[in-house]
Design a protein around this ligand. Structure first.
Ligand code: UFG
Length: 343
């Protein structure tokens, strides 16, 4: 019997890798994506990896009627909800678009769970809900949440609040907030990866684009922070590990008692500084990365990394891949994109 899983935003960066991980574990992923922030290149790569075109419905999750039709068509075992805007800087310029898309989409999906009695739900949350950690830089799920710096961050923070209130009202639902740290890398085949639209804001896509010649240099945003080398520290998690965490979450929920809500950090447990990423890139690829030290970026958290023990205890999941693996795979993907563009 088919085990259908709805993957909203399944043609996006983390979504597409999760579709692969689901299929590997015997699920039938059903993608709902309107391609406003996804690219046909990823769909082509996904088709090659899966050996068949994935089942795709080009719908907007804010369109409740279209979403309802999907829930009538399939008997979903669970839903993984990725579809959302995700650029911190853009969210400051377009807060209403962010609140509208990210919160209406979430509310629509939760309403469908209730209406169609689908119980298992995984939400794309973020370590942004911890804000700037006070004192200890390693955060666990019991670390108090703090107001995020951006409207984007607030959509995740409020998303978790909406899910918490939904949980109180719903005795049957089994809900999980996965708090991602910094997703990086690409599928080992280099057929899918992150496809930034416009100039990337995130570090690793900017690094690989610089190395391939799209930018003159990388600017390191600040080297005067109170960290071991003065640059900011993050917990970079390989997207393949992250994708597998979603499948582990779904399997956990499927076996769990009704009426459950959990939050789980998805990180490696180790932080890397921006300058360490630059050095690791140069070591892995053998290419010099032109970079300059620039001013601090407004709103940057100084240092944060995951306490990742709950993921292992609850889900039996832990990161297997290293930052070097992620750099190698992201670089292969950047080269694949460059080669496809020349054809
Ligand atoms: N950085 C640079 N130069 C660049 C880009 C980034 O030095 O050109 C630095 C940043 O200052 C930061 C680190 O690289 O120190 C990582 O920056 P990213 O933009 O890649 O990631 P962030 O940690 O800022 O953002 C991530 C997610 C957001 C989430 C946030 C929560 O991308 O979705 O974590 O802290 F909201």
């Amino acid at each position: 019997m088919n085990k259908f899983v709805l993957v909203t935003g399944g043609a996006g960066y983390i979504g597409s890798h999760t579709v692969v991980a689901l299929q590997q574990k015997g699920y039938t992923p059903i993608i709902a994506d309107d391609f406003r922030n996804a690219n046909e290149v990823v769909l082509k790569g996904l088709t090659q990896i899966l050996g068949a075109t994935p089942i795709l419905h080009r719908i907007d999750v804010c369109d409740a009627a279209a979403l309802n039709q999907l829930f009538e068509q399939y008997n979903f075992e669970g839903v993984i909800h990725f579809a959302a805007y995700k650029a911190v800087g853009e969210s400051v310029e377009k807060p209403l678009a962010y609140y509208q898309n990210n919160l209406v989409g979430l509310i629509n999906v939760l309403s469908m769970l209730e209406k169609h009695d689908v119980r298992n739900f995984v939400f794309s949350s973020s370590c942004t809900v911890y804000g700037e950690p006070k004192g200890e830089k390693e955060v666990s799920e019991s670390t108090p949440k703090q107001a995020p710096e951006s409207p984007y961050g607030f959509t995740k923070w409020m998303g978790e609040q909406i899910i918490t209130d939904f949980h109180k009202s719903s005795a049957k639902s089994k809900l999980m907030n996965l708090r991602y740290f910094n997703p990086v890398g690409a599928h080992a085949s280099a057929l899918i990866g992150e496809y930034p639209i416009g100039k990337p804001n995130n570090l690793l896509p900017f690094v690989t684009q610089t190395a391939i010649g799209k930018h003159a240099h990388l600017t390191v945003f600040g080297d005067d922070y109170p960290t071991r080398d003065g640059s900011c520290i993050r917990d970079y998690i390989h997207v393949t590990d992250l994708a597998e965490a979603h499948v582990a979450a779904l399997e956990f929920l499927a076996k769990a008692e009704n009426g459950l809500l959990e939050a789980v950090n998805i990180g490696t447990g180790t932080g890397s500084s921006v300058l360490e990423i630059v050095a690791a890139f140069e070591k892995v690829t053998g290419k010099a990365l032109p970079h300059q030290i620039g001013p601090r970026r407004a709103g940057d958290v100084v240092e944060i990394y995951a306490n990742a023990s709950k993921g292992q205890e609850l889900l039996g999941w832990k990161a297997r891949l290293t930052i070097e693996d992620a750099i190698r795979d992201a670089w292969a993907w950047e080269n694949y994109l460059a080669a496809s563009a020349q054809q």
